[in-house]
Design a protein around this ligand. Structure first.
Ligand SMILES: NC(=O)c1ccc[n+]([C@@H]2O[C@H](COP(=O)([O-])OP(=O)(O)OC[C@H]3O[C@@H](n4cnc5c(N)ncnc54)[C@H](OP(=O)(O)O)[C@@H]3O)[C@@H](O)[C@H]2O)c1
Length: 248
């Protein structure tokens, strides 16, 4: 395989890109003329998404990837290295709710473990496996898909389910945890050129919420595409939605 470290095309990898917001992030980045790795754990769903993206003119390639599995993530990083030589943009989009209801008095340890394993540890696992390839990029960017429901400020001032989601002892706290970890990454990566930020897509109609969301996946993808295309010297360690900065 040829490693394209000197190629001037931009290459991105999106986790959980077979459907929902992740698919539309891949479509959006592909629309910029970028080459896009479709990270997905299921072979059929991944192949279908790659075919659909290619039919829409996107230079897409499949990357088998289960973010909860060390061997899968290691193999994904190896595939990107062998095929692309470097990575310019990583979008950590894959996420799960762990199933509702999950009131704190009812949540099971298994629910908590599953959600944190995917939404937090999965992001750390994927990021650390791909960072060596991102460091080869002139303008590396990492976007972590968080949610406004991870905002403790918002959770504390309102019970409006449109901005805080249902009471959840696993999903919302997993995004708060992800926010905290992302801030630590930003501190460690300061001065390296790697910009890492958190995106909230709004309340989007996808499988995640039984399609009860009020925004389209295309609308939800916009903030991630924006943070993936930040100029050098742009913000890092920030928490953003379309309307601007989200309070922690
Ligand atoms: N929808 C909203 O209103 C909303 C709001 C705020 C934040 N978000 C965040 O946005 C992101 C995308 O959510 P969505 O709404 O688009 O949900 P979705 O349609 O359910 O998509 C979730 C994606 O994550 C993938 N995934 C889950 N576990 C995985 C694993 N272990 N390894 C690899 N991929 C995995 C799923 O793959 P499979 O098809 O194989 O399950 C799917 O591609 C999530 O991080 C979510 O928390 C969503």
């Amino acid at each position: 395989m040829t490693a394209n470290t000197t190629d001037d095309r931009t290459t991105a990898l999106v986790t959980g890109a077979n459907k929902g917001i992740g698919y539309e992030i891949a479509a959006g980045l592909g629309g910029l003329g970028w080459r896009v790795g479709v990270g997905a754990r299921d072979d059929d769903r991944r192949d279908a998404a790659v075919q659909r993206l290619r039919a829409a003119g996107v230079d897409a390639f499949g990357v088998p990837l289960d973010v909860t599995d060390d061997a899968s993530v290691t193999a994904a990083a190896r595939l990107v290295e062998q095929q692309e030589g470097r990575l310019d943009v990583l979008v950590n989009n894959a996420g799960v709710t762990g199933g509702m209801p999950q009131e704190p008095t009812q949540v099971s340890p298994d629910q908590l473990r599953t959600v944190v394993e995917t939404n937090v540890i999965g992001v750390v696992r994927v990021t650390n496996a791909l960072l060596p390839l991102l460091r080869r990029s002139a303008s590396p960017r990492i976007v972590n898909m968080s949610s406004g429901v991870g905002s403790l400020a918002r959770q504390s001032v309102t019970t409006d389910p449109l901005s805080t989601g249902p009471i959840s002892a696993a999903y919302s706290p997993s995004k708060t945890f992800l926010n905290a970890v992302t801030v630590q990454y930003a501190k460690e990566l300061q001065g390296t050129g790697v910009l890492i930020n958190l995106a909230c897509p709004g309340f989007v109609a996808t499988d995640l919420n039984g399609f009860r969301g009020v925004r389209t996946p295309q609308q939800g993808a916009q903030i991630a595409v924006h943070l993936a295309t930040l100029p050098d010297g742009g913000p890092s360690g920030g928490y953003f939605e379309d309307a601007g900065v989200i309070p922690w």
